[in-house]
Ligand binder design. Structure first.
Ligand SMILES: [Zn+2]
Length: 210
């Protein structure tokens, strides 16, 4: 007759029960961790339209405008734009510091559909490099939606997120719709595309001064 206390792996019902119990605890712990992981993922996904992630990391600047852009590409992400903009130079030949916008809104191809991501320029409250115009780079929050709105409109999720972001910027910086403008209103460009419903967001009149 053997003793389970000496060899728990021995062919002993009590030993087996003990080991099965431990296994069950292990399995339930791992499934708990997986569930936690999923919850975190869900929270992260929610966070892309969560205003608390839009707070700058430093003291806010005196922003006066929002300038809306599109990428004129079917897909893209904040990282792709950042890498591309690192290659660019300003009119004096100085290299850009990276992505020129303050916010990017994804379309499901490269970023989640409707995902709003602040860039380092927003977090650090740095001038934009998006307007092609010093005044609007300095006082304008550059918001870029992924997509080519010359050929089709933005997704509903992108429009919902833009609305949410504009409401936030309106509360935080008192930027009204008469200071929300499409890139084409301040520079000769098609941006943000003929299918972007600009009149729903902008009552900007180009004559006024900041
Ligand atoms: Zn633009």
């Amino acid at each position: 007759m053997h003793d389970c206390r000496i060899n728990p792996l021995a062919n002993c019902p009590r030993g087996l029960i003990a080991w099965s119990g431990m296994l069950l605890v292990f399995i339930s712990l791992s499934s708990h961790c997986t569930a936690e992981g999923l919850n975190t993922e869900r929270q992260l996904r929610k966070s892309v339209v969560n205003e608390s992630f839009w707070k700058p990391h430093t003291e806010s600047r005196n922003w006066k405008y929002v300038v809306i852009h599109h990428t004129a590409t079917e897909s893209g992400s904040i990282d792709q734009i950042h890498r591309a903009h690192l290659q660019r130079k300003d009119s004096q030949g100085r290299p850009w510091r990276g992505i020129g916008y303050h916010f990017v809104i994804g379309n499901g191809q490269g970023m989640k559909d409707g995902q709003v991501e602040p860039t380092f320029r927003w977090q650090g409250q740095i001038d934009g490099a998006h307007a092609g115009n010093e005044l609007y780079n300095r006082f304008g929050i550059g918001v870029c939606l992924i997509g080519n709105f010359e050929t089709h409109g933005p997704s509903q999720a992108q429009l919902d997120s833009l609305q949410h972001l504009l409401a936030y910027l309106n509360r935080a910086y008192s930027i009204q719709s008469d200071h929300v403008l499409g890139h084409g209103q301040i520079k000769s460009t098609q941006c943000p595309g003929q299918n972007f419903p600009l009149k729903n967001y902008s009552r900007y009149s180009p004559e006024e001064s900041p």
